[in-house]
Design a protein around this ligand. Structure first.
Ligand code: ADP
Length: 449
């Protein structure tokens, strides 16, 4: 039984159960019908004997049998015996050899020859001393046609019913198990060809297996996202680290070969340090991005006062020469992950400072508008030309990468966008070159589900 599939096991089990049940029902029907038959026969015998009894009389010491006396009626033989048990009238059935053992008024079963008989005796007395026994004898009927028909019906119907129920049961089990087969096939595909995009073709319905199949699909999707994010990380990291690494290598080689004074060496070391810091920042940003993509950096949503988060982040800003203006509506709350929202805001403020005028302004505002909460960071810096505005949200996209050493690596805004989306919101950008940019986070008001 070990190698047998669950479908077959279930089908076999129900088949067995059904056969047992049918056998029980059959046994019950037979038992009931034979007991009903016995009762009917006994009633018959008793009625016949009693009616014959009334036809017997004794006149002048001689037995008188009336005209209506029936020696054989409805399968019942009626016999008349004398007091000393000699047969006076009637013809017993051939194999009924039993004589004597009279019991007044009792119907009982007697075996004689190869047959079973129902026997009933009644004592008819004439005066004090004289009397006769009237005995009814009836063959115990073999199973009647009703029972025979029933048996025949069962014999024909049972295999048909069992066949149909077995086929039906197996069909239902197979249909129910199909999602499981699909899961196995999909997992095999993924396993064999490393095709992570394979999904279970979940059939309609909401039973345990279809739910399992859906859960598996979600798991496969998560797996695929994870692998994709990892692949992206590896390719991004190797691609983006190549530049600073070659700069560092070049600087080292140059310094070793040409730097003569301490001053020259120092210059090179400072440059190497800057590149190393840039690399560290990039790896850290990349890791954050990957975790957000993979979903390994779990969101901790809580109801938070956004104004409070703004004030906190603004308070932590280093002095960059820019003037920070904060304008926040009171009591604007939302379900957010404080760390992620702080990171989003920090990125926007850093950019506003990086791409702003040295003595410029940064305006931060928080307000509600209709169904949305608007959080914007505005600067009066270099701005972004229309052709770049769509693209700044892409990973590693930099509107003007050659601009300065501290321009970052182009991950900040893609992280901002991701965080907005994780909160069920989105980002917009308004900007004009030379005038400044406004980045706005739109969050849905009310509880985020
Ligand atoms: P990074 O700042 O590291 O280059 P970001 O993803 O934060 O990367 O930004 C992408 C690009 O968008 C920047 O390189 C810059 O060209 C442009 N940008 C971002 N913020 C501003 C801003 N406030 N003003 C002008 N340009 C900006």
């Amino acid at each position: 039984m070990k190698g047998v599939s669950i479908k077959v096991k279930i089908t076999l089990w129900y088949l067995l159960l059904m056969v047992a049940m049918m056998a029980m029902v059959l046994g019950f029907i037979l038992a009931v019908s034979s007991s009903v038959e016995a009762q009917t026969a006994m009633r018959q015998i008793s009625a016949t004997v009693r009616s014959n009894l009334s036809q017997i009389d004794m006149a002048d010491g001689k037995l008188q049998i009336g005209e209506d006396f029936q020696f054989y009626q409805n399968g019942v033989y009626t016999l008349v015996y004398s007091q000393n048990e000699t047969l006076l009238a009637g013809q017993p059935p051939v194999s009924f050899t039993e004589v004597g053992g009279f019991e007044n008024g009792e119907t009982r079963t007697v075996s004689a020859g190869n047959e079973d008989y129902y026997v009933m005796d009644l004592w008819r007395s004439f005066g004090w001393e004289n009397g006769v026994w009237v005995r009814g004898v009836m063959e115990v009927p073999e199973s009647t046609t009703l029972v025979e028909n029933l048996l025949l019906m069962v014999a024909v119907a049972m295999p048909v019913v069992i066949l149909f129920s077995t086929i039906g049961g197996y069909w239902i089990a197979r249909k129910a198990f199909r999602p499981l087969e699909e899961i196995i096939a999909t997992a095999d595909t993924i396993n064999d060809g490393a095709d992570l995009s394979a999904r279970v073709q979940v059939p309609a319905g909401n039973n345990e297996f279809t739910r399992l199949a859906r859960t598996f699909d979600q798991m496969f999707a998560r797996l695929e996202d994870s692998f994709e994010a990892e692949k992206q990380f590896t390719s991004d990291a190797s691609h983006e680290l190549r530049t600073p690494i070659s700069v560092i290598k070049g600087a080292c080689a140059y310094s070793l070969k040409y730097d003569e004074t301490m001053e020259e060496q120092r210059e090179n070391i400072v440059m190497i340090q800057r590149q190393a810091e840039k690399m560290a920042a990039m790896v850290s940003d990349l890791l954050h991005m990957t975790r957000l993509d993979q979903g390994t950096e779990r969101m901790h949503l809580e109801k938070a006062d956004l104004g409070e988060i703004l004030r906190e982040v603004c308070g932590e800003q280093p002095d960059t020469g820019r003037t920070l203006h904060l304008e926040a509506e009171e009591q604007v709350t939302a379900q957010v992950d404080r760390t992620l929202i702080s990171r989003l805001l920090q990125n926007l403020i850093t950019n506003a400072a990086k791409y702003g005028r040295p003595d410029g302004n940064i305006w931060i505002s928080l307000k509600t508008a209709g169904e949305e909460i608007l959080l914007s960071v505005k600067d009066d810096g270099i701005g972004i030309s229309p052709e770049h505005q769509e693209k700044v949200w892409q990973r590693f996209y930099q509107a003007d990468a050659s601009r300065s050493e501290d321009s970052g690596v182009g991950l900040g805004l893609s992280m901002v966008k991701k965080i907005a989306e994780l909160h069920g919101g989105y980002m917009t950008l308004e900007s004009a070159p030379g005038e400044g940019s406004t980045f706005t986070l739109h969050l849905p008001r009310g509880e985020k589900k």
